[in-house]
Design a protein. Structure first.
Length: 180
């Protein structure tokens, strides 16, 4: 069965088609949730809720992007909403007045592993961590990040630059063995 046919059946509330589509994407979407939430139960809950949202809004899917990309956006937004609800007292500074120069140098020393980079990203303050994750790991640009996080593009650029600088410091400390 072609993806388009499967989606059309899902739009008509065909439960078997919905289960097939769910089984096709559930593991990948769970991995996306885990990257943000770091908790198995929370990731499973958010993934399930994301599929429910997706099936309810399936009529809004216009095939301008792949279904997986559309669903991934729902999952990421759900993760961010979950984290925001968990941290409602988080104060965000307006950084839109700052001019940022583009610095696309993400090179790190070859001796630093992917796992060390992921651990260092987890140590970043939340306002930097999510922008870095969306940009570096998920591949979104500043326009998309600004929409997802409901911030201005200049704020996204500022937080990415600052997050990248802190990430480099963390990785240097890791390499030199000064971090505990």
């Amino acid at each position: 069965m072609f993806q388009v046919d499967l989606i059309e059946k899902c739009k008509k509330n065909d439960r078997k088609a919905q289960l097939k589509l769910y089984n096709q994407y559930c593991n990948a979407m769970y991995c996306v949730s885990m990257r943000f939430l770091k908790n198995n139960d929370d990731a499973m809950d958010v993934t399930q809720e994301s599929f429910i949202k997706a099936f309810r809004k399936l009529d809004q899917y216009k095939e301008e992007v792949t279904f997986g990309a559309w669903l991934k956006r729902i999952v990421i937004n759900s993760c961010i909403d979950f984290l925001k609800a968990k941290h409602q007292n988080h104060l965000s500074l307006d950084e839109s007045y700052v001019y940022i120069s583009e610095d696309n140098d993400w090179n790190v020393e070859e001796s630093i592993s992917i796992d060390e980079i992921k651990k260092a990203i987890e140590m970043l303050p939340e306002k930097y961590k999510y922008v870095v994750m969306l940009y570096l790991i998920e591949g979104y640009d500043h326009s998309e990040i600004s929409q997802i996080l409901n911030i201005q593009e200049t704020t996204s650029r500022t937080q990415l630059m600052r997050g990248k600088n802190q990430l480099k410091k963390l990785l240097i400390a890791e390499k030199n063995g000064t971090r505990h």
